[in-house]
Design a protein around this ligand. Structure first.
Ligand SMILES: [Zn+2]
Length: 244
């Protein structure tokens, strides 16, 4: 293939733009914020499980406490009934029976109230556990929102830079011979690099150093020959910097 030395030199400018575009694409995929958001998401899911467990513990205790309240209320009503019948008077045997029952009900009420108190203490500690988990959950949500904000900022910067590079690529490529750009693109799609400067006897793509007949072949090539590396197939662009 033939292409003017000037066109070949400008291929390096095109390559610089393409390399920058590839770097932007890489940056977009490997933003540290993405890993950070992943980590926080896993943390949030574990914390959400923890929050549900803590909530269930509080709900269970609430249910037990209200059962005790109902039992205590029943005992109270029965005591009221007995007391009214006692106040109304009656046969001695009946009065003794009621007094005995009242004493039993009082003991029962004390037992129920003690048990309820114990549950209320447990509930207090379960609720403080729940609040503590909620606090950690809120902090993690805040960290996620913050990381997402930083990710969006970085993505917006990358998009702006990408647009800038893309808009400069168009005219650059349009100005070059179509067959040269087609060859360059074909090689570039394999490895990201289609053309590289030949300097100090080395291919700028794979860095292999050329000697003897191989170097002589590059030196002997006409200025408008498109010379390719035999090792990596890339276009070796020769300029005044090449030292040939
Ligand atoms: Zn090479």
């Amino acid at each position: 293939m033939k292409a003017s030395p000037e066109a070949q030199r400008r291929l390096l400018d095109l390559q610089a733009v393409d390399t920058a575009l590839a770097q932007l694409a890489h940056r977009r995929k490997s933003l540290p914020e993405l890993a950070e958001i992943d980590t926080v998401a896993r943390e949030l899911s574990a914390l959400e499980d923890e929050r549900v467990r803590a909530q269930v513990a509080v709900d269970d205790l609430d249910r037990d406490i209200s059962r005790f309240e109902k039992d205590i209320e029943q005992v109270r009503q029965r005591k009221d009934r007995d007391q009214k019948r006692l106040d109304a008077g009656g046969a001695l045997r009946e009065i003794e029976g009621l007094q005995h029952e009242l004493a039993t009900l009082n003991r029962r009420q004390s037992e129920l109230e003690d048990s309820e108190l114990e549950l209320m203490e447990q509930r207090e500690s379960a609720e403080s556990t729940l609040n503590e988990v909620r606090g950690r959950l809120a902090a993690a949500q805040e960290r996620r929102a913050e990381a997402e904000r930083r990710r969006d900022e970085a993505l917006a910067d990358i998009a702006k830079e990408h647009e800038f590079k893309t808009s400069s690529r168009g005219p650059l490529a349009a100005d070059l011979p179509a067959d040269l750009v087609a060859l360059y693109d074909k090689i570039r799609l394999d490895s990201g690099l289609g053309a590289a400067l030949f300097r100090s006897g080395r291919c700028g793509g794979c860095r292999i150093e050329l000697y003897g007949a191989d170097l002589a072949r590059v030196k002997a090539a006409a200025a408008d020959d498109v010379v390719r590396c035999e090792e990596c197939r890339r276009i070796m662009v020769r300029t005044a910097e090449s030292g040939l």
